[in-house]
Design a protein around this ligand. Structure first.
Ligand code: MG
Length: 389
């Protein structure tokens, strides 16, 4: 690679954002940071900007603007506030790749803005495709904006498909760690606390996605994300529990051959591959020692103990704006669970009721998606208020 790749990182102070900057730190000759954005973490954003010297930063929380501007503006770094600034700055000509690592539905608008500007999208915000998959994929095609997966499973599938050339796959085996409650009885899961749900056995991630992993909604989201990214339907996606999280996912072909991508769980690997495609760069991660691993195990998922997974398949089969409503209800319910306001199984309960109440729109526009999200979010919030523990 001769030309440097110029990168915008949306959500740079979160788990994915920080790991992306670690990748940049190891390959400063290949990558240049143009834009960093953070929601609220002003101190972390300032530290990152001083180290990577981007042209601009955005702090979404306007109350923190002055604090950030006071330090960075004297250094020649432009400072902006608010999500509207994120949406307009991602269009800047100097940016090649936009890594979207925002949490939840908030990732949709800036991703759409970057797509319309024809940027390469490194997508780490799965809710964007869950809520607005049909709209986002249509726009990506229209504006010629490639969408590269950052999620470890989708990066694995993508890498397997690259290796398969023009051959169509017959099935995707999407692996799941099973989360912290994989071996728990249903009655024990019902009483699970926030602290217990936040203890993920394999991956260190943000709070929202860690709860999504405990309910297995995260795997449901990933199934939907895979449908959009790889132009397929839920019937071709098989969820397989693989507690060691070494196989990041697999793809099966007509002759029964299965290709897999493996590695220790470390998000920097899929992040780096999305940024450096088609090149593979060095990375200071732990390499696999198969003799030390000994064995890899697999199980069937249990929809009875993890109903969110079933809800996601139902929503995707219904299609239209239903996955969007499901995502919004989940976002509200997970926030309530993180505040100890509802119980673990209230999450699927609230989602199921909210999606059932949603007026069906078969081919939603972006406006329909935003309206569905807002309505379902409010209804779910109301239900969280009723379901006080
Ligand atoms: Mg994942």
């Amino acid at each position: 690679m001769t030309n440097k790749r110029h990168i915008a990182i949306l959500g740079s102070t979160g788990s994915i954002g920080r790991q992306a900057l670690d990748v940049v730190r190891q390959h400063k000759d290949m990558f240049e940071v143009e834009l960093l954005t953070a929601n609220n973490s002003s101190e972390k954003l300032i530290g990152q900007a001083l180290e990577f010297n981007p042209g601009a930063v955005v702090i979404c929380n306007g109350e923190k603007y002055q604090e950030v501007a006071d330090v960075l503006q004297p250094q020649g770094i432009k400072v902006f506030a608010g999500m509207d600034s994120v949406c307009s700055l991602v269009e800047a000509e100097g940016i090649d790749i936009v890594l979207t690592a925002l949490v939840g539905f908030s990732g949709l608008r800036p991703t759409v803005a970057a797509i319309k500007a024809g940027k390469i999208i490194a997508l780490a915000n799965k809710e964007t495709l869950v809520a607005g998959g049909s709209v986002v994929m249509r726009l990506a095609e229209k504006y010629n904006a490639p969408i590269l997966p950052v999620d470890s499973e989708h990066s694995a599938i993508f890498q397997c498909l690259l290796a398969a050339g023009d051959n169509d796959f017959t099935k995707i085996h999407l692996t799941a760690s099973g989360g912290p409650f994989r071996t728990w009885e249903k009655s024990r899961i019902a009483e699970a606390t926030r602290k217990e749900a936040l203890q993920h056995p394999q991956w260190t991630m943000g709070a929202k996605i860690t709860i999504d992993s405990a309910t297995m909604m995260n795997k449901g989201f990933e199934m939907i994300e895979a449908c959009w990214l790889f132009h397929t339907g839920p019937e071709k996606i098989n969820i397989v529990i693989h507690p060691q999280s070494i196989i990041h996912s697999m793809v099966e072909f007509a002759d029964g051959a299965v290709l897999a991508q493996l590695g220790h769980p470390d998000m920097r690997e899929p992040i780096q591959f999305a940024l450096s495609i088609p090149q593979r760069l060095s990375l200071d991660n732990r390499k696999l020692d198969f003799a030390e691993l000994g064995s890899l195990t697999f199980e069937k998922p249990d929809i009875d103990r993890f109903p969110c997974l079933g809800l996601a398949f139902d929503a995707m089969r219904k299609g239209g704006n239903i996955p969007c409503a499901m995502n919004a209800a989940n976002e509200a319910a997970v926030a309530a669970f993180l505040e100890d306001r509802i119980r673990f199984y209230d999450i699927p309960d609230i989602i199921s009721k909210c999606t059932a109440e949603t007026g069906f729109i078969a081919e939603p526009t972006l406006e329909d998606i935003i309206a569905t999200n807002d309505e379902a979010f409010i209804r779910a919030k109301e239900r969280c208020g009723i379901a006080i523990r």
